[in-house]
Design a protein around this ligand. Structure first.
Ligand code: FES
Ligand SMILES: [Fe+2]
Length: 369
């Protein structure tokens, strides 16, 4: 698929025809050496394990008896059966085929078939373990070279301590590649068409917007501003809210809203499961007691929104199956352009063994929505 741009302004040195080149070193399906949101912490019960495909890799996720989450490659090194088909006693995972046992670091602790005089060093047998971080009630997994995990910051939820627990989580699988989900969710022009509703916005409420953007960690930020007055949902918050929205690779969007001394934060993560499916998780945190009262309403809004986005990207796949040329047009599509540029620069910097240089420049974007 190729994307053409009809923008009057192109980034220096990056022809628009390069924005979405054929898959290759510059344009992988997904980026490695980054933290991906694996699942909300509350889904991982103490002493339990579950299996999940993340970026095409089979992963066993578990929480040990002490409450520590861990992740192993979900393939037994003996004969390849998924370890998640076996048993977990809160300390060790036991393979269901021949009973080999592994601890939470993936080290083999027992091979039941060995006799006393067979000197196999079982601790030399290992299943790959993944770096894991649990923050803000979300379990993040580092996919890539584990040696790079510590130096790569885990995305933050602005305004909330790392031990803050989510007030609400909404999750959905989209049957589309990562790029289409990311671009679909950051797209500012589809609101009046896809999310048309009396309580949100209508075609007639469309007006011109101008928002200031600046580069930020692995992405860009729509700098702090008062949200548009045609958003009924913001009115529900009361007072004069201010909001700041940030996007970062690989597919993480955070939104922080402050109203007086109260704050609301949302983090939307898009995690690819396979090349043609991804999981969108919207996690919300708030300090306003009145939102808790309105939670059923909020849940309805959040669910409806996600369903509308999911439906649109699903329909889009029918067209994209024919590999058409596409357009990224003017400011309404500039965030999408930035996403492709960021992704490409990240991949290129890795391949060339140099520092990532954020390609986004501070700019005001104008569009109607
Ligand atoms: S296949 Fe796992 S112990 Fe043999
Ligand atoms: Fe949307």
């Amino acid at each position: 698929m190729t994307i053409m741009s009809a923008s009057t302004e192109t980034a220096p040195g990056i022809p628009d025809s390069e924005l979405r080149p054929a898959r290759g070193i510059d344009a992988p399906v997904w980026l490695r050496d980054l933290w991906y949101m694996a699942l909300p912490g509350r889904e991982l019960k103490r002493g339990k394990m579950l299996a999940k495909t993340l970026l095409g890799e089979p992963v066993l996720l578990a929480r040990d008896a002490d409450g520590k989450a861990f992740a192993l490659r979900d393939i037994c090194p003996h004969r390849g059966i998924p370890l998640s088909c076996g048993r977990f006693d809160g300390r060790e995972v036991e393979c269901c085929y021949h009973g080999w046992r592994f601890d939470n670091a993936g080290t083999c602790t027992c091979i039941p078939s060995l006799t006393a005089d067979q000197p196999v060093k079982v601790e030399r047998i290992r299943v790959r373990d993944y770096p894991i971080a649990e923050k803000h009630g979300l379990v993040w997994i580092f996919i890539g070279d584990p040696a790079l995990a510590d130096a790569t910051p885990v995305p933050d939820v602005p305004g909330f301590a790392a031990d803050a627990q989510p007030s609400h989580i909404e999750k959905m699988e989209f049957p589309c590649p990562l790029d289409d989900a990311v671009v679909g969710l950051m797209d500012p022009a589809h609101g009046p068409y896809v999310h048309r509703a009396w309580w949100w916005r209508t075609k007639s409420s469309m007006h011109e917007k101008a928002k200031k953007f600046a580069p930020s960690t692995l992405g860009f930020t729509m700098v702090r501003h008062a949200p548009s007055s045609n958003s009924f949902a913001y009115k529900l918050l009361g007072g004069k809210p201010e909001t700041e929205i940030a996007f970062r690779l690989p597919g993480v969007r955070t939104e922080e809203i402050t109203v007086g001394k109260h704050r609301f934060a949302g983090i939307t993560t898009i995690t690819p499961l396979t090349e043609t499916s991804c999981e969108i998780t919207q996690t919300m945190y708030w300090t306003m007691p009145w939102i808790t009262v309105l939670k059923p309403v909020l849940r309805h809004f959040a669910r409806t929104f996600l369903e509308q986005d999911g439906k649109i990207v699903t329909m889009q796949q029918a067209g994209l199956a024919h590999a058409p040329s596409l357009m990224l047009l003017e400011d309404a599509d500039t965030q999408a352009k930035w996403y492709y540029r960021l992704k490409k620069e990240f991949a290129r910097a890795k391949a060339e063994g140099r520092e990532f240089q954020n390609p986004v420049k501070e700019r005001v974007l104008r569009w109607r929505s």
